[in-house]
Design a protein around this ligand. Structure first.
Ligand SMILES: NC(=O)c1ccc[n+]([C@@H]2O[C@H](COP(=O)([O-])OP(=O)(O)OC[C@H]3O[C@@H](n4cnc5c(N)ncnc54)[C@H](OP(=O)(O)O)[C@@H]3O)[C@@H](O)[C@H]2O)c1
Length: 222
């Protein structure tokens, strides 16, 4: 058994999630921002790859005071569990995800991570080892399920999305397509990695909606 996994990402009209410098680009407007906050509120855990932490330094927290209040009233932590996929424990200790907001954190790492760094990180987060050099995502999902995590929102980046899709661990995709063009052969896309050569995963359209002058597309992975 594994948790239900959805990926949410924003991309330009030409399918890029950042520029060639891999710096965070504001692709969504207010309406999409609020939608993403509500989606975060609907999951047990929010997951990102270490590349995203190093590039963007996201806190992965819920932003709306109202949602935070509702969560507290329901006896929940202010934020869902935050999970970073970090095979070599490269996460900087001053990362916002470790410093900002209330709630549990998990660093998923591999056997190749330095024991001393794991020891230090254990002060900030629960450290789970799965895999030899990269994080074994299949094994990790089983561990997370056994810890009671049933629904995960993945917020990028393209390498982690590839790892998850290639391992057949993704159920749904939410892509916000922003009315802008980034371009660049080296700009990251929603799914990077090696890419499929054949037997491409198939999707079924669940719904689409015009927001912030762009398009939100919700897909089911078949
Ligand atoms: N527009 C958006 O919605 C959005 C959202 C998020 C990110 N971004 C952009 O995406 C870029 C960062 O993405 P990224 O692709 O470079 O990095 P990423 O997907 O965030 O992280 C990838 C890293 O995770 C680690 N990892 C460990 N096990 C893995 C596994 N089994 N499969 C895949 N990765 C594994 C690897 O580092 P180790 O080898 O060190 O373990 C790998 O390099 C930035 O430019 C950021 O701005 C955009």
């Amino acid at each position: 058994m594994r948790p239900f996994v959805l990926i949410n990402m924003a991309m330009s009209a030409d399918g890029k999630i950042s520029n060639k410098l891999k710096k965070q680009i504001k692709l969504s407007g207010k309406e999409d921002f609020e939608r993403v906050d509500r989606l975060k509120n609907s999951v047990d855990a929010i997951m990102v790859g270490i590349g995203t932490i190093i590039s963007d330094n996201p806190s992965l927290t819920i932003k709306s005071d109202e949602l935070k209040r509702e969560r507290r009233d329901e006896g929940l932590m202010e934020n869902p569990i935050r999970i970073v996929i970090d095979g070599r424990c490269r996460i900087p200790l001053n990362s916002d995800v470790l410093k900002k907001g209330e709630g549990e954190r998990i660093i998923a790492t591999s056997m190749s991570a330095d024991d001393e760094k794991i020891k230090i990180l254990s002060r900030y987060a629960d450290v789970i080892k799965a895999g030899i050099d990269k994080v074994d995502l299949v094994e990790l999902m089983k561990i997370l399920y056994n810890r009671g995590i049933r629904r995960i929102m993945v917020e990028g980046g393209g390498e982690l999305a590839w790892g998850l899709i290639n391992a057949n661990l993704v159920d749904e995709l939410y892509y916000f397509i922003s009315p802008t063009i980034i371009g660049g052969r080296d700009s990251p896309t929603p799914v990077d990695g090696d890419g499929f050569v054949s037997e491409f995963p198939k999707l079924r359209l669940i719904e689409f909606d015009e927001i912030d002058g762009g398009l939100l597309i919700h897909w089911k992975v078949l």
